[in-house]
Design a protein around this ligand. Structure first.
Ligand SMILES: [Zn+2]
Ligand SMILES: [Zn+2]
Length: 289
């Protein structure tokens, strides 16, 4: 299995689409700046028809068999069981234990995507690399040098992200956003619309979704992750919800650092299109109408 294939795309297609070259079995970015609407570039390859997103590390409970701890990590599995790990939570042992209980094989992970450099999103990575170092780790250029060296020290490939880019067919980064805390969101293009995953959404969840809209033409099917609204007033949260609804966001799955008050308000305004999220939640494309 090719490490550059990401989730469900042949490596040849990925290379042609990315404008990248494969050297040995690690992917090297040519530094191409992405400015065009990205959806056009792979219009010839059909968007993903099947996809499963599973929360494997979260401070919100869902499946009682699994452990909770502060942090966030999600697996995104496409056709042929190719899997991306989005963030790694704070604790590698807990991450691997939860994945084992959910029958997710750590060795099946091809790609790790790190949203930002906070420990509750990166702390589990070393635990994974200890058992499975053969992964490409997509992280922001501004991550600490020592962190990148540690990742390389385990034999994993580091792929640095700055501008919006395609990671493989149908899988994208928003590029670096935010001033105080740099963060990127993951975007997956499916036949039903875009799935957007955020770590903490420090730059503002509405700003991150706005960036996705500026980069892609498809409708936004689901926004899932930490929305970072624990500090916000009811009025501010309602404004964010109105903005997301105005953007046509169909489903939300707020968790991690979203805050209880915001979770309640998302449920109030999105109704059954606010999906209950916590460790062990699984959402398949077939569940979303
Ligand atoms: Zn954070
Ligand atoms: Zn966080």
């Amino acid at each position: 299995m090719s490490r550059a294939a990401c989730i469900g795309v042949p490596v040849v297609a990925a290379v042609a689409i990315w404008g990248s070259v494969v050297i040995g079995d690690s992917l090297q970015d040519t530094g191409e700046t992405e400015t065009m609407k990205q959806g056009h570039r792979d219009a010839e390859t059909p968007a993903l028809k099947s996809l499963t997103v599973r929360i494997v590390h979260d401070n919100n409970p869902f499946d009682d068999r699994l452990q909770t701890a502060w942090g966030f990590a999600v697996t995104v599995t496409g056709p042929d069981n190719k899997t991306i790990l989005f963030d790694t939570g704070s604790d590698g042992t807990l991450l691997l234990d939860n994945m084992a209980l959910m029958d997710i094989d750590a060795n099946g992970i091809d790609t790790v995507f790190l949203s930002h450099a906070h420990d509750d999103h990166t702390g589990g990575l070393v635990g994974l690399l200890t058992v499975h170092p053969k992964v490409d780790v997509f992280l922001l250029e501004s991550f600490p040098k020592r962190f990148k060296e540690t990742v390389r020290g385990y034999g994993a490939a580091v792929v640095e992200v700055e501008s919006p880019r395609e990671m493989c067919a149908h899988v994208y980064s928003t590029g670096r956003m935010g001033r105080q805390v740099h963060e990127q969101a993951l975007v997956v293009r499916t036949v039903k619309g875009l799935i957007v995953l955020t770590g903490c959404a420090h730059p503002g969840i509405e700003k991150m979704v706005e960036q996705v809209r500026a980069l892609h033409e498809e409708d936004i099917l689901l926004v899932m992750g930490g929305f970072h609204l624990g500090w916000a007033t009811e009025g501010q949260i309602e404004r964010v919800i109105r903005t997301l609804k105005g953007f046509g966001v169909r489903y939300v799955a707020p968790t991690h650092c979203t805050g209880e008050k915001a979770q309640d308000l998302f449920l109030k305004y999105f109704g059954n299109r606010c999906l209950r999220a916590g460790v062990g939640s699984a959402i398949t494309l077939a569940d979303l109408k």
